[in-house]
Design a protein around this ligand. Sequence first.
Ligand code: AHR
Length: 658
Amino acid sequence: MTKLFLKRWALLVAVALFQTQLVFAQTLTVQVNNPGAPIPKTLFGLFFEDINFGADGGLYPERIKNRSFEFPNPMMGWKQLDRGDPKGQLYIFDQGSITDTPNSHYLRIKTPAGNKGFGIVNEGFRGIGVEKGAEYKFSVRARKVDGSPTAVRVEVEDGQKILDETEVSGFTNVWKTYTASLRANETTNKARLNVLLEGAGTVDIDLVSLYPKDTWQNRPNGLRTDLVKLLKEMKPGFLRFPGGCIVEGRTLDQRYQWKTTVGDLDERRLIINRWNTEFNWRLTPDYYQSFGLGYYEYFLLSEDIGAEPLPIMNCGMACQFNSSELAPLEDLDHYIQDAIDLIEFANAPVNTKWGRKRAEMGHPKPFNLKMIGVGNEQWGPQYVERYEVFARAIKQKYPNIALVSSAGPSPDGERFDFLWAKMRELNADLIDEHYYMAPKWFRDNASRYDNYPRTGPKVFAGEYAAQSVGIASPDNRNTWECAMSEAAFITGLERNSDVVRMSSYAPLFGHVDAWQWTPNMIWFDNLRSYGTPNYYVQKMFSVNRGTRRLPLLVDGSTKNGQQELYSSASLDEATGEIIVKVVNTSSATKDVRIALAGAKTAGGTGRAFVLRCEDMKAENSLDHPTKVSPLEQPLPVSTGEFSYKFLPHSFTVLRIPN
Ligand code: AHR
């Protein structure tokens, strides 16, 4: 070999190496031969709170607002029907002045002879949604007081057009429920319901309902199908309910109490929704909780969508952003008993008091509750004191129930550090961290859990969402930039799923005409709904979770997130597929070499799911619900080492046969 030849050869090698570095942004080595811990089924779940009309007016599809006249202003949502020459009177009665029944109010309608239809109108939840041809069940509880009232006529009206009408009749002086069916001849989400008394006489009415026949699992009092479908398609690992600050209430007497939300609809006691007047810029004075969607329905929903139920209990503390009211430490028994009884309601045999209640409601089989939250977003020594008393009592009776405790409202700072230290001392099970931060924070914190201690309490990333403008700003939007930044962050949750056992985006739902808080994962109006880019990020992670972590090396190092590339990997033991997730937050295509160390892969076609958008401000909407949504492509793989071009501003999931 001549000197010249050697020189040329060295030059060629140098150029080749240089080109390799130019071509491949990085090499990802997936250690298929060194699988890590199992990934918990609960890693990706759902946070439900009745905020933004999430329950009444949303998931709970009753069309009539204030159907039992129990709002503090009993005629809120109702008004007298204005049709020419109204003759008659309306009176509200309250039996509550003599008995402490939850549904004590009713309406008396009195009409004189010659009346041409006198009655009331319900405005629904920012209108009433009816689908052309679909069936709606009208029902009313009524009794005759005097005279000869002939019928109650019911009309679905849109503007001046009657879309369908029907009537119920045959009233006696005993309260009874009367039903009829309606089918609108047009689709609208802004209809109203007219209820008119015909004939001369007096009738009392209560519990006026217009309910779609089409509900999830066709259940009476069932949930809105399109919304449950969106949830189920995510394959969520758990469902946290009922919140959120709603657990706490602005004051203790407005806290969520599960026992007042179960049983017959008549047994459920309406209270104000704590988001009613929370934000001056988004007042919703007509926001109350009827509890048509109560604890039984939450458990059923969890079961329907295959999610572990996670109820959060008030621990004797009202919201610390509001009144900060405290139940005295020596008076916590009532609160603790509620938690103990809830576990009995969920899990105990039917011969126990609360197990029987569950069976009477239609579910003799236990719900198999495994965890419960003590307080929502509490902080300070007052929380620690209360948590300790709760934990002692619950663990004594139910040692296998895992407890979720709070880390306060922020992802760091004094309150956070204080609570973590205390909870560590108390050997807590799961600590609930919340982060409503800027998109950049999510990208910068993708390695947040890489160095968390591997022993002691585990993490529940219980509420998070990138805020495009600022926390709880009404100008926040569900942009692609927010969703993509969350995706970058979530790769870190997945890589650290031995520490982070659960996570959920928050809030879940927002009614486009009645929200208080934004951003939200799913938006809806009275008939339609759509998933945001954030929804698709959550869904892609959840349905491609994998069952076992696979360690990843980036150019030989465990450090992740360099060059704006964030990654994680897992194995799906059921199908044998290797799952690689990469988020490219940069504006350049990144060619990455993927080496599957120890894989059997001898060829085959995998699948790539790509979620991306050029426009970082892009959003989905009711009219363009899938503008930012994943596309599936075949992924031919011939060896255990291949390269893949990750597009700018993209989140990609590769499922590789093995
Ligand atoms: O998700 C909205 C609110 O944010 C929750 O109710 C509360 O826990 C947090 O402050």
